[in-house]
Design a protein around this ligand. Sequence first.
Ligand SMILES: [Zn+2]
Length: 76
Amino acid sequence: MDSLFYVKTKISDECEINTSVSCDNVYFRCGECGAEEKIDLGDWGDFITDNGIDAFGCQIFCDECSKKRQNKKAVD
Ligand SMILES: [Zn+2]
């Protein structure tokens, strides 16, 4: 593995998957439409630091849904 961090997932008693976490293999599902999007952990870390949010209790939206939500907010 070439990364400081990795994800360990136990599939069964005999099977476990270990895979490195890098800048280009982390994804999220949009909280609105469920689309899979890639996320840059460096940017995400900066966003958490700047905004002081709960990184596990929040939702992330894809670009398209983010634009829709911002437009809706502007109208409300
Ligand atoms: Zn979306």
